[in-house]
Design a protein around this ligand. Sequence first.
Ligand code: ADP
Length: 500
Amino acid sequence: MKFNSIKFKVGNLFTIILGIILILYSVFLQVSLSKYLINDLDEELSGKVNELSSIISDELAASTGDDVYTVIQRIFSFQYPPKSSIVAVKKKKTVGESLSDEEKWFVRFDRLDLSQDMVAFFEVDGKLIYPSQNILADFLKKFTPKIGESLEEDVFKDATINKKHFRQIQSMISLPNGRQLYVLIAASEKPILDLLRHRQRLFMVSIPIILLLTAFLGRFLAVRILRPVNSIVVAARQISSRDLTKRLSDKDADEEMKVLIDSFNDMIARLERSFRHIEQFSSHVAHELKTPLAILRGETEVALRTDYTTSEYKTVLKENMEEIEQIIKVVEDLLLLAKLDYKPKFIKFEKFDFKEFFNAIVDKTKLIAEEKNINVSCLLPKEDIALEGDPLHLRRLFFNIIHNAIKFTPSGKNISLKAVKEDGLLKVSIADEGVGIPPEHLPFIFDRFFQVPGRDEDPQKGTGLGLSIAQSVAKAHQGKIEAQSQLNKGSTFTVALPLA
Ligand code: ADP
């Protein structure tokens, strides 16, 4: 069994913890009960001392002339009245007959109930006056009071004599004639110990039974709770990178398991999307590189088979060079995209003046557009615009969009550039009067390698990565690009970037 498994925790660990708690609780119960019972016994012993003191005082007052020894002797001669006498007294009491003096003592002693206790009286100088009949010799040896010591308060002690446990009170009683006596009463602790032992046995039997039941129930519950997890595991094992279409069913699942299954399914869906994306991307990359490589190979093969003149070889090499440059461009663009998306530190942020930065772009745009006889206008706000970003990559962003605008706009038409500040953002729009983008293709123009189909005859054929790079640069700056277009009327790309 694994120690960090739920089955172990619910089944065994919980039982161990419960066991410790139960043991501590039973010890606490035993200690508190024993304290309570001993306290009770102490109070009973105190009561007995007081009652004994008042009986002796009463008897001394009643029998003039008798000394205290005789009185105590006499009192204790009543201590164990024969059973028949007690029965007779009880009968008299129920009938309502008056009791003799002796019988009255029977009643008082019966109530005092010293029959099970050991009693001894001592003078203050330590001389033993009277020991009860049942007193043990060892008891007297152990508890003879210290001579001349006056007791302010009752003293309670535990004593073990002949393996028997006693609780004893040591007290000083004052008699009417001003004399003081020590009195010791020792009561057996057997009833208390018996009760505690009985409860201890009860705990020793019941705790293991409770623990066994808990362990059994814990394991049973753990198995039940983990059943849905097992079915998730089985289903999850069937899902591989080849088949990410499978989903786990949350039918009949518990509420918490539903959350787990939902997040698991969400994760699979995300993985499926990513895998599909990677698949498409890889096939695009392969396709994009395959064409120029095939051309390269074809031209090189022909050149090797044919005896060309130097100038003919040069022409072949020039054409090959163009294909190689196309390949390098694709590879560089892909590398740039990977860095933009997965290496945030690749962007070097700095604060710069946007108007100065954009005017340089506009100047260059005008130069290029002039060649195609396209008119470029620019409208910037009067106030300064501060941006925080990487000017190098932002230049790439704008040129990618602007190059497209020039590429897809016929001669004699216009391109207008405009920047406005809006809601803490700088919005730069690049609007052309070009061929536009068919609405069904518009949602995909930022996808990697996407090119509007049917434009292969374009002499400045691109790679389909320009807008992806622009969008990645915008995202790396916490911005975005949106496109609107009308077929044969023109397109407008709006770049939104947060202001510094
Ligand atoms: P490319 O290198 O092919 O230009 P882009 O990612 O820059 O790749 O653009 C993707 C496609 O979006 C282009 O092939 C083109 O069909 C379309 N497109 C982009 N900008 C414009 C525009 N201003 N007017 C018309 N079509 C555009």
